[in-house]
Ligand binder design. Structure first.
Ligand code: PMP
Ligand code: GLU
Length: 388
């Protein structure tokens, strides 16, 4: 018999949709995929060159469990440059993607039955990770625009609360936590001695002049309680390279490195060299990609709102649209899950149902796909919805 933990864990809905899309494409079906969230851009060539050089130089062995010093230094420089966060390399740990940083962080901080506060809608994997740690996720609401307010955090704090998970910009809603609310959340965390796990992987994907702010940058007290998580995955179109990283107190960093040393060892040596190039060399590709996503964001939201029964607010960040589709619900389509299945079967369009993110009224579209696919996909959806 498999363990209780394994029995309880759900498959990742984002990865499951992606697997289904690949299967259908193999069968020759022309599916338009708005499922998985990964940039459709190729990894910039200077980054690929750095990886090739690493292979040719024989940089193909185990590295220190927290990652190579060269990359940890590059990450310190990145945090100082972009986030006004000043750390030494002893505070930095590199893992196999932000996903593993998140999981190792929860393992390092949470005991069984501890509570971790998570705002809804939330990214698919947070709850399952907390569950694997034996901890309880305390789900809290956001406002109509999916904005997290400090009041909601305050109401959820109990004597069992150990940590608050923040994700700004948010996957799936794209919402950015207002700086004034973030400050209040920092005060709450300090007052109640709560850790903050701050998932900032979409920090560069912000639009309309919005500003990203790292909670750890407010003062030393909140900095001591925070693990700031980021990755090269989205920023440099490197999802397959599997490099994520974090900055935190040295004691936590040591725990993270120990967990990693006993489970997966450090991430891939070649990908670490590629990540050095990503973080230290020319950054033009990032602005180019974000600019393109901004155009797609406006187009997809406009086209979605033209479809009767669909209501989509303009996301402030990330690369997802998260429309309310409950206006379409009927005897035949009763939930976001039903709607996602309907779209896949009738329109060959893949989206992720909102149930995976804590809402049965919404579906998630990743607009990190070509403008042509966005236009074609919305046309297909409009057509099948009209026929309902
Ligand atoms: N956090 C969020 C909010 C994400 O959307 C993702 C994307 N999968 C991750 C973490 C994990 O990123 P990575 O691919 O670097 O593991
Ligand atoms: N973050 C992406 C998504 O939500 C990648 C898939 C995943 O890691 O779950 O679709």
């Amino acid at each position: 018999m498999i363990s209780e933990k394994a029995k309880n864990i759900k498959p990742s809905a984002t990865l499951a949709v992606n697997a289904k899309v690949q299967e259908l494409k193999k069968q020759g079906i022309d599916v338009i995929a708005f499922g998985i969230g990964e940039p459709d851009f190729d990894t910039p060539s200077n980054i690929k060159e750095a990886a090739k050089k690493a292979i040719d130089a024989g940089f193909t062995k185990y590295t220190p469990d927290a990652g190579i010093p060269e990359l940890r230094e590059a990450i310190c420089a990145k945090f100082a440059r972009d986030n006004n966060l000043h750390y030494a390399k002893e505070n930095i740990v590199i893992c196999n993607g932000a996903k593993q940083v998140l999981y190792n962080s929860m393992l390092a901080l949470l005991n069984a039955h501890d509570e971790i506060i998570i705002a809804s809608p939330y990214w698919v994997s947070y709850l399952e990770m907390a569950g694997l740690c034996g901890a309880n996720a305390k789900i809290i609401p956001t406002d109509k625009k999916f904005k997290l307010r400090a009041d909601a955090v305050e109401e959820a704090i109990t004597d069992k609360t150990k940590a608050i998970l923040l994700n700004s910009p948010c996957n799936p809603s794209g919402a950015i936590i207002d700086e004034s609310e973030l400050k209040k959340i920092a005060e709450l965390a300090v007052a109640h001695n709560l850790y903050v796990i701050s998932d900032e992987v979409y920090e560069k994907f912000i639009y309309d002049g919005a500003r990203h702010c790292s909670i750890a940058s407010f003062n030393d007290e909140i900095k001591k309680l925070t693990i700031t998580i980021n990755a090269v995955s989205k920023t440099y179109a490197m999802t397959g390279w599997r490099i994520g990283y974090c900055a935190c107190e040295a004691e936590i960093a040591k725990a993270l490195a120990n967990i990693q040393g006993q489970t997966t060892s450090a991430p891939n040596s070649i990908a670490q060299k590629a990540a050095v190039a990503a973080l230290t060399e020319n950054q033009d590709s990032v602005a180019h990609m974000v600019n393109e996503f901004d155009k797609r964001r406006k187009t997809i939201v406009e086209l979605l709102n033209e479809i009767q029964g669909i209501n989509c607010s303009m996301p402030e960040g990330a690369f997802y649209a998260f429309p309310d589709v409950s206006g379409i619900f009927s005897e035949r389509i009763r939930s976001a899950n039903d709607f996602a299945l309907f779209l896949l079967e009738k329109a060959n369009v893949a989206v992720v149902p909102g149930e995976a993110f804590g809402s049965s009224r919404h579906v998630r579209f990743s607009y990190a796909s070509s403008m042509q696919d966005i236009e074609k996909g919305m046309e297909r959806i409009a057509k099948v919805v009209k026929e309902l």
